[in-house]
Ligand binder design. Sequence first.
Ligand code: A2P
Ligand code: 11C
Length: 338
Amino acid sequence: KQYDIAVVGATGAVGETILKVLEERNFPVRNLYPLASSRSAGKKLEFNGGWVEIQDLATFDFSKAQIGLFSPGASVSREYAPKAAAAGCIVVDNTSEFRYDEDIPLVVPEVNPDAVAGYKNRGIIANPNCSTIQMMVALKPIYDAVGIERINVSTYQAVSGSGKEAIDELATQTANLLNMKPVEAKVYPKQIAFNCIPQIDVFQDNGYTKEEMKMVWETKKIMEDESILVNPTAVRVPVFFGHSEAIHLETKEKITAEQAKELFKKSDGIVLIDEHVDGGYPTAVTDAADTNPVYVGRVREDISFEKGLNLWVVADNVRKGAATNTVQIAELLIKDHI
Ligand code: A2P
Ligand code: 11C
């Protein structure tokens, strides 16, 4: 069976990667409808060896597609995802717009695949935030084995998480600085080249940023565990592709590093790189970028706390953090539901 697929935001960092991932995984696409703003309508994109014309989202008839893969930004999804669903096109939405609605499933296929069935509620499935997705994939085997009381996490997040303009900003600032020219910060509140910025997304009333609170809210929903505690700090770093996370867990039962590593080796979607030699760990640029797995390394028992475990977790934020996870959700939909 083949499906007609609309990709909304097809010219963006995530949208372009969704097209690549659909091709790579041989998703059974009959007609592909790449949609973007009127600025892009009429231009052509390559897909499966042919050229497909980009159409204007504002005038597209969603009854032509069975599945819509959305990543155009929250305000655009707010308007168009319900319209698509009303026309019978099931939406997998990458934005934060619907994630916290109780009747909208929030899915990481390695963690809570059964939640996909909730698409029936409103015709929309939400794809979690990139930093949450990679953390969930890495923590699920530990959670199932010994339980998790609390997660302390600091992130080192790539600029591609903010879209194409941010990728340009890091490149331009870096080139300017190397050529002794002044830099201008537009996407980020401070210079990102050769710097780290401890703010991702807007501040909330409690002094945490929205990116940090996304990790708190989404972890509880995906793990279906309101009691799990998350203590996050989210930092933007001058990396183009790949988010890294230093995670410290407080588990319910003691787990040794060796036991944890055995679990990681057996788990779908995880690649363990953990050798106690120079370079014996994954990094964003050398391992994760442009690949789909979640990489785990630096697995250590906490030497200061009995039920503590330390991990280093890396993944391509545009792939597993967005496009790949979205396509995997669509795969679950066509396998079991439509
Ligand atoms: P366009 O290229 O036509 O502006 P990114 O996250 O990399 O910035 O990409 C955002 C994506 O969302 C792009 O494909 C962009 O299309 C699309 N987009 C942004 N605003 C709209 C809109 N109002 N209607 C349709 N698509 C939009
Ligand atoms: C970032 N995590 O790295 C963000 C991007 O909620 O889908 C993804 C925003 C989201 O900037």
